[in-house]
Design a protein around this ligand. Structure first.
Ligand code: AMP
Ligand code: ZN
Ligand code: ZN
Length: 419
């Protein structure tokens, strides 16, 4: 019995390993100038599609949305995946400028793979370009904190948010909420003016069961309860807090039988090529950018009727996806609802449920949400859909921080929502 208790304690200790960390050389107190500024909380509900609030009517989110300003839809950057989009929101840059061109990608200069799920790469700041909001804050004498956001647990420019956590999706909603409330309860000098918070539940349910499922409804209700609790507790604090609830992308149902197998068209084991990614989006890297081979692959892959084959160097401005050491030579972009495999899986069921990553300019279901409310935000009701790169300059303006580099987002797009 004693042993059992010991084992249980050990399991509990290790499973709750995630602890708050503090940035090296961190900003311990707010500068005098920053003390007077308002507070910002950015909440991301991964994979929360633009129409879920209408569909599922979550109580607290519906109320929050109706009381402030909300966009008809938040348009992700291409590809509509988690990592590129979360990082666009906090840098104001499209993929090629900020460097996170997909959830997983190869870099031909580094000769290395960046990969979602491999923390040795996602927590390695040298992969990330741009200056995320929390670093801009730190650099300008403002305390920041993050209970998860893509990039927040990486040492970008050698820095982290003042307080942060290494990503661990198992951490309970309660722990996240308690921590965020505690941060805003800190003495004014140390209290973060910028806090990020993240929940993956809605995205996970959407992948497994599809966007129109009782499981997604339940996940929406679960995060809604969490947010209701958070909002109530924050209200009691009586600080000038502006809250933004947003998502990185939406979700498209995967339709049965709508599959493409690359091995039907090309030799996927050709040692001269590397294919990274599957599902809705994939990048092909060709050894030495061998033009003849690129053209041959292009010709062969174009025979698939449900997959766009794009030459990376032609992707250009629309995607901010001009050729770099990460963007590969060919980009495969699936038609909505289609799912691509490198080769047909043997003895395994084909994917079902939902996915994202499709071209946001063509697939409306890739749109997410943007709801804003607070003392510095006008209550305008609905505003037009806009691209998520415009959030960065608006938050910087709200916090009165200087933008120190060229970004893709434009101040004018969201200027009107600020008081
Ligand atoms: P996606 O494949 O685009 O649906 O990615 C969603 C997944 O990204 C989530 O389920 C999380 O497991 C993972 N994720 C989100 N944020 C982070 C992070 N900061 N670090 C590592 N993984 C993350
Ligand atoms: Zn996502
Ligand atoms: Zn997802």
């Amino acid at each position: 019995m004693k042993n059992l208790i010991l084992i249980a304690c050990l399991v509990l200790t290790f499973s709750c390993e995630t602890r708050q960390k503090t940035s090296k050389n961190y900003q311990k107190v707010n500068s005098q100038e920053n003390l007077k500024k308002p507070y910002v909380l950015m909440i991301s509900l991964d994979g929360y599609r633009y129409d879920y609030t209408k569909m599922y009517q979550p109580k607290n989110l519906s109320k929050f949305k109706s009381e402030g300003t909300y966009s008809k839809g938040l348009i992700p950057i291409f590809p509509s995946k988690t990592f590129p989009n979360h990082y666009s929101i906090v840098t104001g840059m499209r993929a090629n400028k900020h460097g996170i061109v997909a959830n997983s990608f190869w870099d031909t200069k580094r000769e290395a793979l960046y990969k979602l799920g491999d923390s040795t790469t996602t927590q390695d700041g040298s992969w990330y370009q741009g200056t995320p909001l929390w670093i801009a804050a730190e650099n300008q004498g403002m305390v920041s904190a993050s209970f998860f956001w893509v990039g927040s647990d990486a040492d970008i420019q050698g820095k982290h948010p003042t307080y942060y956590y290494d990503y661990d999706g198992r951490i309970s909603h309660e722990q996240r909420v308690d921590q965020v409330v505690d941060w805003f309860k800190m003495p004014e000098a140390k209290r973060p003016h910028l806090v990020t918070l993240y929940f993956s539940d809605v995205d996970s349910a959407g992948h497994k069961y599809g966007p129109e499922s009782k499981e997604v409804k339940n996940a929406v209700e679960k995060v809604d309860q969490t947010l209701g609790n958070l909002f109530n507790r924050l209200k009691e604090l009586d600080i000038p807090l502006n809250i933004f609830v947003m998502s990185d992308h939406g979700m498209e149902p995967i339709q049965e039988g709508k599959n493409v197998f690359l091995s039907d068209y090309i030799d996927i084991n050709d040692p001269r090529i590397k294919i990274v990614g599957r599902g809705s989006h994939s990048i092909i890297y060709v050894e030495n950018n061998n033009r003849k081979l690129i053209n041959e692959l292009y010709r062969k892959l174009r025979k698939s009727q449900h997959m766009r084959v794009l030459k990376t160097k032609r992707l250009g401005r629309r995607y901010g996806y001009n050729k770099s050491s990460r963007t590969g030579d060919l980009v495969l972009d699936m038609e909505a609802g289609y799912y691509m495999y490198h080769t047909k899986p043997v003895g395994k069921a084909l994917s079902s449920g939902g996915t994202h990553g499709y071209d946001p300019a063509l697939v409306k279901n890739m749109r997410g949400i943007f709801y804003a409310k607070g003392p510095n935000i006008k209550s305008l009701g609905e505003i037009k859909s806009f691209e998520n790169i415009h959030i960065y300059p608006m938050i910087m303006k709200l916090l009165d921080l200087k933008i120190t580099e060229r970004i893709d987002g434009k101040k004018r797009v969201l200027r009107k929502i600020l008081k």
